[in-house]
Design a protein around this ligand. Sequence first.
Ligand SMILES: O=C(CO)[C@H](O)[C@H](O)COP(=O)(O)O
Ligand SMILES: [Fe+2]
Length: 218
Amino acid sequence: MPVRINPSILSADFVNIERDIGRVASADFVHVDVMDNHFVPNLTFGPQMVGRIQDVSPLPLDVHLMIEDPDRWAPGYAELGAYSVTFHAEAAADAVGLARRLREIGARAGIAVKPGTAIEPYLELLTEFDQVLVMTVEPGFGGQSFIESVMPKLTALSAAVSTSGLDVWLQVDGGVDENTIAIAAAAGADTFVAGSSVFNSGDPAANIAALRAAADLV
Ligand SMILES: O=C(CO)[C@H](O)[C@H](O)COP(=O)(O)O
Ligand SMILES: [Fe+2]
């Protein structure tokens, strides 16, 4: 199984983002959390900042939009060159239409669900998305504990992806560390976002290697 490790720069030093991205160059993608203080009670940055991160990053960007009205704003992130743009199912007016627009622009289209949002409606729509992000914390903040009770959503997604034969990546985000990554991998996740467990202690490159090894064991 391919394992993708996407460090979240929510846990980076915001005045040294370029330096901190350099420290995670052994990862697969840089996960960029855009928060608007409306969809979630926190505020990070918008397209101008993400555009600069795109300019300096040696890794492609995996943009996670925790914003209201993604139908209006998400295409702009695809236009600035993000590799993948993931918007929340709870916020989109026309999730399928938006995903099609993102693909037309050239980005991978992702849909995210909060812990309390059912996955069943999206199992029928897998042809429309390149990745599905199952939140394992309530979106908004780094450093929270992994919610294991959402794992059945990954099991259901994994079965649906296998049946369909599609190459849809299954991502988890929130509370992913050396222990919880194995739980998520066993449930079917292949793409792992990690903020605090990569940046907050020790050496980020060693932390990435440890996460990769723990997911690979599954
Ligand atoms: O989307 C997010 C929060 O809404 C972040 O990507 C996530 O929290 C990563 O941080 P950590 O690994 O510390 O939980
Ligand atoms: Fe995220």
